[in-house]
Design a protein around this ligand. Structure first.
Ligand SMILES: [Zn+2]
Length: 368
């Protein structure tokens, strides 16, 4: 078993030693990063390894996993010439969040907390619940009132306890963070805990492997809290630093126009959120995050890659979901947002990979 790396605060440099249950920077209360810069294995050496995301062992901050459910290695599927979809809804709990949740449960198992808590409006909570079940850890999932009955049922099926909080998603997050400050609690936060990002990055390692050791011109990624995009940026940096790719792909971030605080900051040339952005209801509930804590990191990663922000209307999301359904791919409306952003030709002839990252059965069809 390898030693755990330390965490540090990207804003003020405060270090948090490995093995701590601290879930945020003790100085500024911001999210933490991991002091971990691994070197990926060359393509040829991956042959014959375990057929899950754990085949990228050199790049993962935890080794010899005991809670794996076989997550990862999802297929690429052509949507049209030059556009490939990565079918991340084919995961144990039907969303890409399993890539990060397995890391959090594995970490929790090693730290031995009294209990695990998570907060989520959906997929992250169901993923953490499943992996805590696999780990044999008691888990409470804080959810906002109005959370879909299907997701509550999924959380309960894994033996976790849903705790419904009155008010909006922000109220749920506040309640969870108060609970996270109690002694002996591991906060399995997909937003604050950097191990989550070192799980989601395997999405890009898989694309790289499946394209024969290269990446496309553009990676199109949905952004609410930005956990898939920030993971992608980590993987691109690892592959580039190791000389395993010649050039970095552009990261194009997709938000629903109805809740687009990052796209707004981008359009104003800002390096952080700008004021309070008005919001409206959206089919893309999974990326409807008005105040993402890692906003600065997301904006910086998109800028450094030469990418951009794209926004999609509710009509575009609805039509994209229907279009995918008509091809045999039933994804949740949030998961259709990336295809919605580029299917009308926003990227020209550049080669792109888009994630279809959550199953349609989780939230149903977008209908007006
Ligand atoms: Zn700090």
């Amino acid at each position: 078993m390898t030693a755990l790396p330390d965490c540090f605060c990207p804003t003020d440099g405060t270090r948090v030693p490995a093995g701590s249950l601290a879930w945020c920077c003790p100085v500024c209360r911001g999210p933490l990063d991991l002091d971990f810069a691994p070197t990926p294995a060359p393509l040829a050496s991956l042959t014959g390894r375990v057929n899950s995301m754990w085949r990228y062992a050199e790049c993962l901050p935890l080794s010899t996993p005991t809670v794996s459910l076989g997550e990862g290695r999802t297929p690429l599927f052509p949507l049209r010439e030059g556009v490939l979809a990565k079918l991340d809804f084919l995961m144990p709990t039907l969303s890409f969040k399993d890539r990060g949740a397995v890391m959090l449960a594995e970490l929790a198992l090693r730290l031995g907390p009294r209990r695990v808590i998570a907060d989520s409006s959906g997929n992250a909570g169901t993923a953490v619940a499943a992996y805590c079940a696999r780990a044999g850890l008691p888990c409470d999932v804080y959810v906002p009132e109005g959370t879909s009955a299907k997701k509550l049922e999924q959380i309960e099926a894994h033996g976790a306890k849903p705790r419904v909080v009155e008010g909006d998603r922000e109220a749920t997050a506040r309640t969870a963070r108060e609970a996270a400050d109690e002694d002996g609690v591991f906060y399995a936060s997909h937003v604050f805990n950097p191990y989550f990002l070192h799980g989601t990055k395997t999405y890009v390692h898989e694309v790289w492997e499946d394209l024969g050791g290269r990446l496309p011109d553009v990676l199109v990624l949905p952004v609410g809290n930005g956990t898939l995009l920030l993971g992608a940026a980590l993987a691109v940096a690892e592959l580039h630093t190791a000389g395993l790719i010649d050039r970095r792909p552009a990261l194009h971030a997709v938000q629903a126009a109805a809740v687009a605080p990052l796209a707004r900051a981008w359009s104003e040339g800002a390096d952080d959120l700008v004021g309070v952005t008005p919001t409206a209801p959206t089919f893309a509930e999974g990326i409807a995050i008005p105040h993402p804590p890692r906003a600065r990191a997301v904006l910086s990663a998109v800028r450094a890659s030469g990418g951009a922000f794209l926004t999609v209307t509710e009509d575009q999301i609805r039509h994209a979901q229907a279009d995918l359904g008509g091809r045999g791919l039933y994804v949740e409306s949030t998961g259709a947002a990336c295809w919605a952003a580029i299917r009308e030709g926003a990227l020209g002839t550049r080669e792109a990979v888009v994630p279809l990252c959550g199953a349609g059965l989780k939230s149903g069809r977008a209908q007006t």
